[in-house]
Design a protein around this ligand. Structure first.
Ligand SMILES: [Zn+2]
Ligand SMILES: [Zn+2]
Length: 252
């Protein structure tokens, strides 16, 4: 792997290590581009709602400063980018993007962990009803249409709790929509590393048929995972087996 746009920091409360250590591991692993894309601080309207898996909103500038200063410091060794991973929540999206724009991020990736607007909505892998699954897919497509996202992380996060024809229909709809928008789909190395239900061959078989562009994302939550060679090997095996169209040059 020579580029990775999916990297977290300890600010999201479920990742480990210092920002600098992620950079050092990336240089050690001979990455040319390291995109740091922590779970975006999210501007929910004032309420007692607490979103536990992302940085606090008052950490926005400190995060950006830290990434930008590493970018300068290591400019000779590696291209570092400032990014965010975030969901598309229709009710809050415009305000959220304006909020993030204050630090001029280089890119955002979509990681749609919840449907609806998060508050009161189920975590994607626990969605059980066919209607909600279909609405979740529609929401992703609506979000991708905003043009605010570089690619779609773990596109099959919602899983496979549905009849085969529903899985086939909805994921095909997702793949076709992403293709029409020229938005790559990620093979998520954290899923492989942790033996999660994603990335699944069923999904990527459809992506192969549709002809989607595929990108590998480390989804690193620890510095050592920035260059996860073992999971990369497994991902490349899937790329080969299914004849997927892997992106080989950095996107930005
Ligand atoms: Zn995470
Ligand atoms: Zn992630």
């Amino acid at each position: 792997m020579i580029f990775n746009y999916h990297t977290h920091t300890k600010r999201c409360h479920h990742a480990l290590g210092e920002d600098r250590e992620y950079v050092e591991k990336a240089i050690e692993g001979e990455l040319k581009v390291l995109g740091i894309s922590d779970h975006a601080p999210y501007l929910f309207p004032k309420s007692d709602y607490y979103s536990a898996f992302r940085m606090y909103t008052d950490e926005l500038f400190e995060y950006a400063d830290s990434v930008r200063s590493l970018q300068k410091e290591f400019a000779k060794d590696i291209r570092i980018l400032l990014g965010f991973e975030l969901e598309y929540y229709p009710k809050f999206h415009a305000d959220e993007m304006a909020f993030l724009k204050q630090v001029n991020p280089d890119y955002c990736i979509m990681g749609q962990h919840f449907g609806g607007n998060e508050i009161g909505s189920p975590y994607a892998p626990t969605i059980k009803s066919e209607e909600m699954f279909s609405a979740y897919i529609s929401q992703i497509l609506e979000g991708l249409k905003t043009g605010d996202f570089l690619y779609l992380a773990h596109p099959d996060l919602a899983g496979y709790h549905y009849a085969d024809e529903v899985v086939e229909r909805e994921y095909r709809r997702l793949c076709e929509g992403a293709k029409a928008l020229h938005i790559p789909l990620e093979i998520n190395l954290l899923g492989l590393r942790g033996n999660r239900h994603y990335p699944d061959r069923k999904f990527f078989q459809i992506a192969a048929e549709v002809g989607n562009e595929i990108i590998l994302g480390a989804d690193a939550h620890e510095p050592k995972d920035v260059c996860d060679v073992l999971s990369e090997k497994k991902a490349l095996q899937m790329v080969n087996d299914l004849g997927l169209h892997l992106i080989e040059k950095p996107l930005i």
